[in-house]
Write a protein that binds this ligand. Structure first.
Ligand code: PEP
Ligand code: MG
Length: 582
């Protein structure tokens, strides 16, 4: 069965399906107003009970599981979010209905909101809402038993969906792998599985229908495949692959914390991209030296109102303190495009071309109060560690100066209030609009660093909608135009002595990393899982050799020819790595 590989590795063992109670919710109309109030307080009680059990689960985490406490914190926030908590109470009173019915209605509305979110990472977070609602339902029914706590043999868990809070209630040493119907590669189950090094395949859609207790399974988290009751030959083949993979990861991981210095002695800072505070633990364990991109949108898109300064500050503080002095690049809000907040609908989503619309910095410069609240929170968090600010989607100098002016206003306000912040905080921009590339020399004079966002730069320069599957084959990172733009940005930055980073997905492609170093990039920021491998490639690369090769690569007229050229050079210069990758 095909799913999505959510945590790499291969595991072989017996299946244990986790059965959850079907959510058939009874409808009951309440005639007496007193009954309605009793129902509202019954709901309130269930929320309190759920809160208590979540706090208990969090407090019982052992030290090395402490990273997951952020996931439970997220569940505690959802529990008290207006979308679920206030809205269920409203529905009980407005419609005079039982709590279960009102709660299921509130959840359906939340689901509708999430379904419209185009960003798959954020959409996948609906699983957390489902988990919280499921627990509330159990508490409403006065039922708190939990079969997961009793697992005492090595198994592969097969479930419709698995919440990290559920998984923290069991001893993960007994778990060989996870397979779920639901979920995407960035779901919390995936994050947790990765952090624990447990292979996982999610999004199979129907594994729970196909697998029975005791079935023999192969879970291939690399390819996103599950084999049910394999024959001897398949089993043999997978045992070989399992061994080869274990050998390979042991080598890469053992070196994850080594610095990424090239063969000819250049240090390359390799950082991680992240979306949620709870990822910090795994980011560090994969050897990231910094956070090169903290996408702050998730703090905004899952709710009915915008978070205030204090709430944002708490979040940033958590990240900054846990990074213990390592740089944290916080990108200011990049809403719009494919990332919408539910309550913004009607204003922004009505645009014909949202990617070309009121997005990111443009939206922030229009909604200045919102922008300032975020900047205040970022600045205040900067007093606790090494924070960098990054403005997204800057298209020219005028826009950059306008954003910097708002930042200066906020600094002056903090100064006046006597609130501390890092006065040397670095301010940079994402270079992801072609016009910014063209005037990169002018922009460079006003910033401390550049970070190239290839996801958008490719979209805008090649006119390829990054979320449209019909043109996905035309989305070419190695298009000569893209390579020339990268070269131009690097040269413009270096001409005035500022570093140039790349934080788009292109930077995480091991086969492209040597070329990027040859083009002169100073930092790479990639998804956490890719960090050890990117560092390893850096260590096997000679910057000088690839500087020469990059020049040659730039002479080819098509992406296919560039690809062929670099593959040939990789085979010659870094054969040990690429033979292992196959
Ligand atoms: C990019 O555009 O390359 C980028 C890193 O930002 P995002 O994917 O969040 O738009
Ligand atoms: Mg972008």
């Amino acid at each position: 069965m095909k799913g999505v590989g959510a945590s790499p590795g291969i595991t072989i063992g017996r299946a244990l399906p986790v059965i959850k109670r079907p959510n058939k919710v009874a409808y009951k109309r309440l005639e007496d107003p007193k009954e309605v109030e009793r129902e509202a307080s019954r709901f309130h009680q269930a929320v309190q009970d759920t809160e208590r059990s979540l706090i208990q689960a969090r407090d019982e985490l052992s030290q090395d599981e402490g990273d997951y406490s952020y996931i439970i914190e997220a569940h505690l926030l959802i529990l008290k979010d207006k979308m679920i908590f206030d809205h269920t109470k409203e529905l009980i009173r407005q419609q005079s209905v039982n709590a279960e019915w009102a709660l299921s209605q509130a959840m359906s509305e939340a689901e509708e909101t999430f379904r419209k979110i185009k960003n798959s990472y954020i959409r996948s977070r609906f699983a957390d809402v489902e988990y919280v609602v499921d627990t509330l339902m159990r508490n409403l029914a006065g039922d708190q038993d939990n079969a997961l706590a009793d697992i005492k043999e090595k198994v592969i868990l097969v479930a419709h969906d698995l919440s990290p809070a559920e998984t923290t209630q069991m001893d993960l040493d007994w778990v060989l792998g996870f397979v779920t119907d639901m979920g995407g590669p960035t779901s919390h189950t995936a994050i947790l599985a990765q952090a624990k090094g447990i292979p996982a395949v999610v999004g199979t859609e129907k594994i729970t229908l196909e697998v029975e207790s005791g079935d023999f399974l192969i879970v291939d988290g690399l390819e996103g495949l599950v084999v049910v009751n394999p024959d001897e030959e398949t089993l043999h083949d997978y045992r070989d692959r399992q061994e080869a993979y274990q050998h390979y990861t042991q080598e890469v991981l053992a070196q994850a914390h080594l610095p990424a210095d090239t063969l000819d002695g250049h240090s390359v800072a390799v950082g991680a991209n992240m979306e949620m505070a709870e990822e910090v633990g795994s980011i560090l364990s994969y050897g990231a030296e910094s956070i090169g991109l903290y996408r702050t949108e998730f703090l905004y898109v899952t709710r009915r109102d915008f978070p205030g300064e204090e709430e944002l500050l708490e979040n940033f503080k958590t990240v900054v303190t846990r990074m213990e002095g390592r740089p944290v690049t916080i990108r200011t809000l990049d809403l719009g495009g494919d990332k919408f907040a539910s309550h913004m609908e009607g204003s922004l989503t009505a645009e014909n071309n949202p990617a070309l619309g009121l997005r990111a910095i443009r939206f922030c410069l229009k909604e200045k109060d919102l922008f300032k609240a975020q900047l205040r929170a970022i600045l205040r968090a900067s007093a606790l560690g090494r924070v960098r600010i990054m403005f997204p989607l800057i298209s020219g100098v005028g826009e950059l100066l306008e954003a910097k002016e708002v930042l200066e206003e906020v600094e002056a306000e903090l100064e006046q209030k006597g609130q501390e912040y890092d006065k040397n905080l670095e301010v940079g921009i994402m270079v992801e609009v072609p016009s910014a590339v063209t005037v990169a020399d002018m922009l460079a004079k006003h910033v401390d660093y550049f970070s190239i966002g290839t996801n958008d730069l490719i979209q805008y320069s090649l006119a390829i909608d990054r979320i449209n599957e019909h043109v996905a084959h035309l989305y070419q990172p190695l298009h000569p135009a893209v390579l020339r733009m990268i070269q131009q940005v690097v040269e413009s930055g270096h001409a005035v002595g500022i570093p140039v980073a790349m934080c788009g997905e292109m930077a995480g492609d091991q086969r492209v990393v040597p070329l990027l170093l040859g083009l002169g990039l100073d930092y790479l920021s990639v998804n956490a899982l890719a960090v050890p491998r990117v560092k390893q490639v850096v260590r096997l690369t000679s910057k000088e050799t690839w500087r020469q090769l990059a020049k040659e690569a730039l002479s080819f007229p098509t992406a296919a020819q560039v690809r062929e050229f670099i593959n040939g050079k990789l085979a010659k210069h870094i054969p040990e790595l690429f033979s292992e990758l196959g």
